[in-house]
Design a protein around this ligand. Sequence first.
Ligand SMILES: *Cc1c(COP(=O)(O)O)cnc(C)c1O
Length: 392
Amino acid sequence: MIYLDNAATTQMKQEVLDEMMPYFREYYGNASAVYELGNKSKYAIDVARDRAAALLHTKAERIFFTSGGSESDNWAIIKTAQMLKGKGHHLITTAIEHPAVINTMKALEDEGFEVTFLPVDEKGFVTPEQVEEAIRDDTILISVMFANNEIGTIEPIEEIGCIAHEHGILFHTDAVQAFGQLPIDPDQMNIDLLSASAHKIYGPKGVGLLYLSPKASRIRSLIHGGGQERNKRAGTENVPGIVGFGKACELAASTINERMQQESSLRDYFIKKVLDEIPFTYVNGASGDDRLPGNANIGFKFVEAESELIMLDQKGIAASSGSACTAGSIDPSHVLLAIGRDETEARESLRFTLSDATTKEELDKTVDVLKETVEMLRSTNLFYQDYLEKNG
Ligand SMILES: *Cc1c(COP(=O)(O)O)cnc(C)c1O
């Protein structure tokens, strides 16, 4: 099988699983307990927190473990809004955020908050100027994703954070796609709240973190209960998950530069090969250093992405259309619509996301299969036949 859906989730590393295993049966103590077995868990969480902090060049006390990226986004946005509602009711975000941010913002709108969803340009960028123009006296939070999960565009986070801070506004970034894949320093980049997730960086599913700067650390907990995570996130800690996340962070930190180089050159190789060898294709998103190293998003004219995905699957290749399937109807991607693609184009685009284990041979094979299957689907497409007739 050729797995090219690493933006959806990654395969956990063996080293990660190996570190987690003892915490399921051998060291099963509750980290809040006073006896030695509990201390083992507490110590393991401390180690994981140090490793996560190291990846962000920050202190362990700034890291709070959660159940994943979605919880971190919900926590950051909802509790910042509630904390600052006496100051204002306006939040700024972008039109291309992950549903964990978009739908949290919409929930706040239902509660009386006002949200500006900034449009993006044809490559998926939001500019610092746009953010500045949207700021009002009652703006309490700016939330802009670090890198987009569908088209890979990397936003000008440091500059946007700078503007937020010039106006005394807290800045959140959903960094789930960038964490461990790109160098991130929240302090230097003016980030107050940052969401990350373990399963996107070869760690386990169901564990994530929220980074809080000193200014943001006054936000209250989203999950009420016991005093875990220094009274910020109740619930008995997912010790094996946190241990695995910590190990994934350690591995990510030690390999980040070589992975970036390797994946971006394979990405460019793949994109070029598809564009060269398959007619009527185009790239969605930015290029070079402005794009996540492992992300390729390509439109195939006269091809229905969902049908192409099934054909790829039959050949053992896993990719994605980046659209959410809802019972019966397939919504076109809000990200592709936001960069100016029409509904037809949004339905003919496929996302291929690489891992650190993806090989050139796998990509060559994928291009071969694409060539064959795209031609097959086009041969039964009436619009394609029509186009060929008109254009010779
Ligand atoms: C995957 C993802 C999330 C959600 O993270 P989970 O840990 O799966 O809840 C949020 N934002 C982005 C950009 C993502 O890619």
